[in-house]
Write a protein of this length. Structure first.
Length: 249
């Protein structure tokens, strides 16, 4: 059986996998969830990856590394330093080595908006490879304040059961590190590891159109589609567990 290492996205923590874990363990798998130091504004992608690497057992060679949303920028760094069998991106960002996430979607914004983000605009020739990509972020989510509970209800947890939504809101963490947006990814290339990409068809944060496109362009795979919003580990944990364990022994 596999060890599923579960790496959370922005504003969340290890707690966010609590509903999924019983379904994975009920199928005989092991699980490990970690807390990234997201409250530390200076924390880098490599520091995030180090937290995961330190938590992983040194003797287990059947590790499935699962990254939600922001953690898509982290799990390839882990796989470069620690043997894993598979990477799974859930509504996740996919890094492009040598660029930042904002580099990849800067073409979606005007110069004034980019200046307000303290973004140094690159030469068009450096970023022209992203010009044909769909918008990475769902336009309705851009510019929203994700410290606002009303925004989280609408964009993160809109398809969760009411009790799950309230619980998730009570557990939320302050996202201070913005490395997943602004840091140039230190990878030279994506690791040579089997991958899955799970796209959430009603995702209000990461555009499903971008997810499908990027899974094919960057990972060379077709995305697996699941219904619902950005957090299927909270809204549909049983279904997500079935997708994660399909063809896993």
């Amino acid at each position: 059986m596999s060890l599923f290492c579960l790496v959370h996205g922005a504003f969340q923590g290890a707690w966010s996998w609590d509903l999924l874990i019983p379904y994975l363990e009920g199928k005989g798998h092991k699980t490990l969830a970690v807390d990234l130091p997201i409250e530390d504004a200076s924390a880098s992608l490599s520091q995030f990856a180090d937290v995961v690497i330190q938590a992983l057992p040194k003797t287990d060679d059947d590790i499935v590394l699962v990254g939600h949303s922001m953690a898509g920028t982290v799990i390839p760094l882990v796989a470069e330093a620690h043997k894993v069998r598979e990477l799974v991106f859930i509504g996740g960002l996919i890094p492009c080595p040598g660029t930042s996430t904002i580099d990849q979607f800067s073409h979606s914004f005007d110069a004034h908006t980019l200046k307000s983000l303290n973004y140094e605009i690159k030469e068009s020739s450096q970023l022209e490879k992203f010009d044909d990509e769909p918008d990475m972020f769902n336009p309705v989510s851009v510019g929203k304040d994700f410290t606002d509970e009303a925004v989280l209800r609408e964009f993160f947890y809109h398809d969760c059961q009411p009790d799950v939504m309230e619980w998730a809101l009570s557990k939320g963490r302050l996202q201070q590190s913005m490395a997943y947006i602004f840091e140039i990814n230190p990878l030279n290339c994506l690791p040579n590891v089997d991958c899955k990409y799970i796209v959430c068809t009603d995702d209000r944060i990461i555009s499903p159109a971008w997810s499908r496109y990027a899974a094919r362009k960057r990972l060379g795979i077709d995305a697996i589609e699941v219904p619902g919003g950005h957090c299927p580990h909270l809204s549909r944990p049983a279904h997500l567990a079935s997708v994660l364990t399909h063809n896993t022994y």
